[in-house]
Write a protein of this length. Structure first.
Length: 462
């Protein structure tokens, strides 16, 4: 993501309103396009009369939440490896190979999603009348998995207008089809419309990427991906554990007290799920700040440090490390202050938001606080990725998952789960953020030693 961050930073440094707004707008599209597509689609769909019927609304929401959760958890590990491999190809100048890899990976993701979706649908839909709902669920899973890959590769191109058009046309298609299919097919029709919107967005993003970067043969793509998966298995593990950690509290709450539409097992906890979704949207400004400021500054400082390792004396190397550490701390402080201001502003609006959107204001406040620490965790994890300390990143994600799971189970078993909603997630984000920061700054302090250990053939931290 550093490449797109540098491009957006250039817009900010023009010091014009147009440049700043352009950078912010483009950054939002890059870091949060799928979230915004879902939010906008849900807001548009919520205005459709057929979704006012509680049974249809619950079936649609439940199937959509489960499709997204399964997609994110199943695709996380291979997606991290795909991003690492494609980033290396682009860094080496093999952009055409990276696009070909995208095409192969997106196709493979879609194919693998089919049997996973069918098995999940057979388990989660208990009514014989739910065949169409199951088909729509499978197609949505396929479309979402293809979109993740397309979105990741599209971040390296500069055609921001094409990216916006892809998201806008996807949402428009979803709304158009929902108006036609929804009244006839109910929740299944709405899911089919959403799947079509995601699929169109993925296709348009892939087309824009092909146009911008071209294509070139990428021989033995999957064998090379497997080699990367073996070499960077802790990176894949970090991605998997982080994805699971973000959903664990939702799964536990749904299992102990969730509701599902008749004939399905799409258990959801509507109030908490809605609060979590909108609290997650509050991360977008902080993520844009991270992309434009924090990541680019850290990237430059680390490059300067690496460049000096080969020819500087030890005292100079130590001074460079101190500057890098202070720069990282300064960037994280600015980012945290910015995100805190955003969270406080949204918190002041939370009573009216909770009333209009239908979720508990107190739970929303806890999730906003959790999101503040989650952004710090994401920033620290990315620092660990730059340092190639994948084992430490995986351990941080594991702690995130275990704390969230343990506290969620304790809350549910205590019989007071409703009053404690949000606390497990907040606690897990706080603990794992602190741990990942400790790992990151310790890694920076020992960075010269780590580099020399790897130069001698050791796989330190990987």
């Amino acid at each position: 993501m550093a490449g797109i961050g540098f491009e957006l930073r250039k817009l900010v440094e023009t010091r014009t309103i147009r440049g700043v707004l352009g950078a912010a707008f483009s950054g939002i599209l890059v870091v949060a396009g799928p979230w915004l597509l879902t939010a906008a689609s849900l807001a548009a769909a919520g205005r459709l009369p057929f979704l006012a019927e509680p049974g249809i609304a619950l079936a649609f929401t439940g199937a959509m939440v489960w499709a997204l959760a399964i997609s994110i958890c199943v695709s996380a590990a291979p997606l991290y490896i795909f991003v690492r491999f494609s980033a290396d190809l682009i860094y080496q100048g093999d952009k055409g190979e990276a696009v070909t890899l995208l095409l192969k990976y997106a196709g493979a993701s879609a194919l693998v999603s089919l049997p996973i979706g069918v098995v999940a649908a057979l388990f989660l839909i208990s009514s014989a009348k739910g065949i169409l709902l199951g088909l729509a669920f499978v197609l949505l899973l396929v479309a979402v998995n293809a979109l993740w890959a397309a979105m990741m590769t599209a971040t390296v191109i500069r055609k921001y207008g094409r990216i916006l058009a892809a998201y806008a046309l996807g949402m428009a298609l979803m709304y158009f089809l929902a108006r036609i299919l929804g009244p006839r097919l109910g929740a299944a029709g709405a899911l089919l419309a959403l799947a079509a919107g995601y699929a169109l967005t993925a296709v348009l993003l892939i087309a824009a990427t092909i146009e911008a970067l071209g294509t070139a043969p990428c021989p033995h793509a999957f064998r090379r991906l497997l080699e990367y998966a073996n070499k960077y298995r802790n990176l894949a593990l970090a991605g998997l554990l982080y994805a699971l950690a973000t959903w664990i509290d939702k799964f536990v709450l749904a299992a102990f007290g969730g509701v599902a539409a008749e004939g399905t097992r799409f258990l959801v906890n509507p109030g908490y799920d809605t609060a979590f979704y909108y609290a997650n949207l509050a991360l977008i400004p902080g993520l844009v700040f991270f992309t434009i400021v924090t990541e680019t500054e850290f990237n430059l400082d680390l490059k300067r440090l690496v460049a000096g390792l080969a020819h500087r004396r030890q005292p100079e190397i130590e001074s460079a490390k101190v500057r890098t550490i202070r720069g990282a701390a300064r960037s994280l402080t600015k980012q945290s202050a910015f995100q805190a201001a955003v969270a406080i502003g949204i918190l002041l609006l939370s009573p009216s938001l909770a009333l209009s959107l239908g979720f508990p204001a107190s739970v929303f406040a806890r999730l906003l606080a959790g999101g503040f620490f989650q952004l710090i965790l994401l920033s620290a994890l990315n620092m660990l990725f730059y340092l190639e300390l994948y084992r430490a990143a995986a351990l941080s994600a594991l702690v995130f998952a275990l704390v969230n799971l343990g506290f969620s189970l304790a809350a549910c078993l205590s019989g007071n789960a409703a009053a404690l909603q949000g606390w497990p997630y907040l606690s897990a984000c706080l603990v794992s953020a602190v741990l990942s920061l400790v790992f990151s700054f310790n890694g920076l302090r020992r960075f010269d030693r780590i580099v020399f250990l790897r130069a001698s053939g050791q796989k330190y931290g990987r």
